[in-house]
Design a protein around this ligand. Structure first.
Ligand code: ZN
Length: 293
């Protein structure tokens, strides 16, 4: 499927027709995000017109369009700066073993890693600016993707046509992916952390979609976990915009609103899920026989 991407930060509009073949990446929950939502970020004027028309009729077409005018402003008023604690240290990138550098960093009391593939030629400052635009409630994604041997926020030259990959095991971005892309990926990261403890999370989300009777975006309409990730982005921009916008979102999509607020509150309190035992680690022997014999 041919998908056009755009990114609010620099309004690049690369077109990708790469087949959706997965890159070599550990973890069972890869989510390839072409973030069609970010298209709207480059169309703030159009988004505003749609928003005003929708307000007039009090009938939103899509939540992303309703709040589209806010997308470019997300996080611009944040004052907290990221501090580099240590680094850079040379590493092999987890996806392809190519050379990269890793830093330990902190924003507020949240510690995390940033990994940059050398070939991107990105400066660490470019990555810090994106992190600083995350609303404080969304910073919880950073320590989750930095646990153990995970790479933290990892920047690659390309991800086979995707803007980003997000799961509780990784947050991989291409150089042009800005704060809005990260806020979409935050949906995947936090949902997966909660699903590990509450396996019915996405089933409950599907029910919320049906009960709310409103679409977030065309991209979200494809599948429930993308609807959730798109809602994560819309919620973040409303959160930043202030109480009136947040209340408006709650009125328009009350079931999703309640569930996302709960995910946002709960995910940071949960430990990583236990690792599944590798085949070689499992006890040998047929069921009922003495393990390890
Ligand atoms: Zn996604």
């Amino acid at each position: 499927m041919k998908v056009t991407l755009s990114h609010a930060r620099n309004c690049l509009r690369p077109t990708h027709s790469t087949p959706m073949t997965p890159p070599p990446q550990p973890g069972p929950h890869r989510r390839r995000c072409r973030t069609a939502a970010t298209l709207l970020a480059c169309c703030c004027v159009a988004g505003l017109a749609v928003s005003r028309a929708a307000e007039k009729a009090d009938k939103p077409v899509k939540l992303m369009a309703r709040f589209g005018a806010l997308l470019g402003k997300v996080g611009t008023s944040n004052k907290d700066k990221v501090n580099i604690l240590s680094g850079p240290v040379p590493v092999q990138m987890l996806n392809d073993k190519s050379p990269g550098q890793v830093w330990q960093a902190a924003v507020g009391n949240v510690k995390f890693k940033i990994t940059i593939q050398d070939a991107t030629r990105l400066r660490i400052e470019d990555c810090l600016e994106r992190v600083q635009r995350l609303p404080p409630a969304y910073r919880a994604i950073l320590p989750i993707v930095s646990e153990g041997n995970k790479a933290g926020m990892a920047c690659y030259t390309n991800l086979n046509g995707a803007a980003a990959h997000g799961s509780q095991d990784y947050l991989n971005l291409v150089p042009t992916a800005g704060a809005q892309v990260i806020l979409h990926e935050a949906g995947h990261i936090l949902e997966q952390r909660v699903t590990s403890a509450r396996p019915d999370t996405l089933e409950r989300w599907k029910k919320a979609i049906a009960e709310d009777k409103v679409s977030v975006s065309d991209y979200g309409d494809q599948v429930a976990h993308e609807d959730l990730a798109e809602f994560s982005l819309v919620y973040a921009v409303c959160l930043e915009a202030g109480g009136a916008r947040l209340a408006e979102l709650q009125r328009l999509s009350p079931r999703r609103f309640a569930q996302w607020a709960d995910i946002l509150r709960t995910a940071p309190t949960l430990p990583p899920p236990p690792k599944k035992a590798k085949a070689a680690d499992r006890p040998r022997g047929k069921p009922g026989s003495k393990a390890g014999s």
